[in-house]
Design a protein around this ligand. Structure first.
Ligand SMILES: [Cu+2]
Length: 383
């Protein structure tokens, strides 16, 4: 206590509030059902839409359950067998009625499908300007690396853990996490955003969401991050905090965290210069292997006649297993498998190749960035 006060007096720290151990979670809200199902209001458009669809399906199910069970009980009693009364013959067929009870529920299901599909796409496709973080799950914590190479340096004691990571994010921004696991399957889950995504060893997945706008009098807002895939003894302790702050505060915090480490792109470029430069060009000129310029998010024709999307997983697979999906037109050029590269270095190469595409071709307005959202598919590349 005394120590804290002394620090505050000697050198006022403008970032002290963001190191705060005070949780500012979204307060509980809504009626009984909302509290029961959601605890607090969804924090972005996708979450609000998810809740709406969930409640629609819930009430749809309740309505038909009550209707069907009610009719069944009523008819079971009304038409029960009575002594001396012969059972009447059932009508064999009623065309209009059958069409009615097929078409009406089917169209309701179609509405649910379309709303669900639209919601799913909005959760897996990231806008081109999304903030991209690399997240690794392991037993039992999360490692987060920001685009500039920064790692969360603020922690707080929470529950049974002394140092729970505070993942700081800017308000009102699209964010895409590139996820992987070092050991078993985990799942990154932010209940306030209503989305979760599995993390696998040997495969990359993405988690896309939009942070909310803070209220005028708010300095930061906290959200729980949980692991939603049972992953062993301390699974229940695999939690972190997302702290949403204003854009200028976010920049100040990241500057505070910066320890001079290489950015994701710089790391990728370094890997390129030391491993890949002899076969791959980055200016579009022909090389022993395909050029990296403008390649991210494009469809590539393979030797076996198939087409494959050049995305995160394709790049990763082609670095580790170059023969898995060979690009057509490079017969006889057998690439070495770079099994010695770390997952961080591979993530760097992905950042670097992505940056070469962003420079080379502007994403038309209103369209998604090349390859975005495809990270959940199992594909591969020519590294
Ligand atoms: Cu886990």
């Amino acid at each position: 206590m005394m120590q804290d006060a002394a620090v505050a007096v000697d050198a006022p720290d403008p970032l002290a509030v963001f190191k705060s151990h005070e949780l500012r979670l979204v307060p509980e809200s809504g009626g009984l059902l909302e509290k029961l199902f959601f605890r607090a209001a969804g924090q972005n458009e996708q979450a609000v839409m998810t809740d709406g669809l969930f409640l629609l399906i819930f009430w749809f199910s309740v309505f038909f359950f009550v209707l069907l069970m009610g009719l069944m009980v009523y008819w079971v009693i009304k038409y029960r067998r009575r002594p001396g009364v012969p059972a009447p013959l059932s009508a064999p067929h009623n065309g209009p009625l059958e069409i009615f009870w097929t078409v009406v529920p089917s169209s309701a299901l179609l509405v649910i499908f379309l709303a669900g599909f639209w919601g799913y796409m909005s959760k897996v496709v990231a806008p081109a300007d999304a903030l991209r973080l690399n997240v690794t799950g392991f037993k039992w914590d999360w490692e987060v690396v920001y685009p500039g190479g920064e790692k969360p340096a603020y922690t707080m004691p929470l529950g049974t853990k002394d140092a729970v990571k505070i993942i700081v994010l800017p308000e009102n921004s699209p964010v895409q996490l590139l996820l992987k696991s070092n050991d078993v399957i985990h799942a990154f889950w932010v209940p306030d955003y209503r989305t979760k995504m599995d993390l696998y060893p040997n495969r990359l997945t993405t988690y896309t969401f939009h942070t909310e706008k803070l209220a005028d009098d708010e300095v930061y807002r906290d959200h729980w991050v949980f692991c939603a895939e049972y992953c062993g003894q301390s699974h229940s302790e695999m939690y972190a905090i997302i702290r949403v702050v204003r854009q200028n505060d976010y920049e100040a915090i990241l500057a505070d965290w910066n320890t001079g480490s290489l950015s994701c792109e710089e790391l990728g470029e370094l890997v390129y210069r030391t491993n890949c430069v002899s076969c791959h060009t980055v200016d579009g000129s022909p090389g022993i292997g395909p050029t990296w310029l403008g390649s991210f998010g494009t469809m590539r024709a393979l030797e076996n006649g198939q087409q494959v999307l050049m995305d995160e997983n394709y790049i990763r697979e082609s670095i580790l297993y170059p023969e898995a999906k060979r690009v057509a037109g490079f017969a006889g050029q057998n690439m070495t498998a770079f099994l010695g590269l770390s997952e961080d270095e591979i993530a760097g190469v992905i950042c670097y190749i992505r940056s070469l595409s962003e420079q080379g071709q502007d994403t038309p307005e209103g369209e998604e960035a090349p390859g975005d959202g495809a990270g959940t598919k199992g594909d591969s590349a020519d590294g």
